[in-house]
Design a protein around this ligand. Sequence first.
Ligand SMILES: NC(=O)c1ccc[n+]([C@@H]2O[C@H](COP(=O)([O-])OP(=O)(O)OC[C@H]3O[C@@H](n4cnc5c(N)ncnc54)[C@H](OP(=O)(O)O)[C@@H]3O)[C@@H](O)[C@H]2O)c1
Length: 253
Amino acid sequence: MSDLKGKIAWVTGAGSGMGEASALALAAAGAEVVLTGRRQNLLESVAQRIRAAGGKAHVQAGDITDAGRVEEIARWIAGALKRIDILFANAGANIPDRQWTRLKPQGVDEVVSANLNSAFYCISAVLPAMRAQKDGVIIVTASIAGRIISNLAGTAYTAAKHGVVALCHTVNREECIHNIRCTALLPGEVATPILDKRPVPVTAEDRAKMVQSEDIADLVRYIAGLPPRVVLNEVWVTPTWNRAYVADLGLKP
Ligand SMILES: NC(=O)c1ccc[n+]([C@@H]2O[C@H](COP(=O)([O-])OP(=O)(O)OC[C@H]3O[C@@H](n4cnc5c(N)ncnc54)[C@H](OP(=O)(O)O)[C@@H]3O)[C@@H](O)[C@H]2O)c1
């Protein structure tokens, strides 16, 4: 599969989970990939695997809650690679103390900046180049918690991801005239390291039934390769064995 040959893709949260799998998939499809996250060692390992498979990867480590660093990375991409075709703004985080009874202002700040502010920063940073090119695909990882209000994801994460979904739709409303397409990606439960932050531990058996990072990567690669006339505005992708549905049926998930 090499339908993304010549494209430049920036993936945040590229050191683990969905970001890692998507960076590998985009590179395998021919894109030159820029990898961002805070843990440089994880990013280097992903880059090495891409290069070993004959692809091109660049590590630009950074904290996406730092608007200055985000702009710096976007400037580096524009300077060194000359364009930016695909942004997968995927990095995000949650905290264990997520219900109102335990939530502290520091937790609110952490979750809202990692999920919502960061999406604003990354999108703002790539829009000028995409407008100038009159072309660009932006995919943002929201969550099913961005549409369905439940206790599991917690109050700050639920509110932040609702914001992310709204943000994606505003991009399409304003930037469609520049041929920029934005997808809000709403995964249900995906077996990634973020599950380790759950207040109730998730068993290996449950993880095996969930959506896997590779499933998300396949979808991201597909969206990135769509003809410019098409935008997938919002995509829900959830496990068939949906633990919330199973519980609603009165069965043990
Ligand atoms: N897994 C699920 O069930 C699920 C469901 C719906 C939505 N999501 C969303 O999916 C996205 C990807 O998460 P994942 O499930 O693949 O889990 P993950 O493996 O924990 O990935 C999250 C990534 O984001 C990066 N990150 C977090 N905060 C960052 C920051 N301040 N600056 C830079 N990078 C940061 C992390 O790298 P560093 O720690 O090295 O920075 C990590 O690589 C997140 O937005 C998450 O909210 C997950």
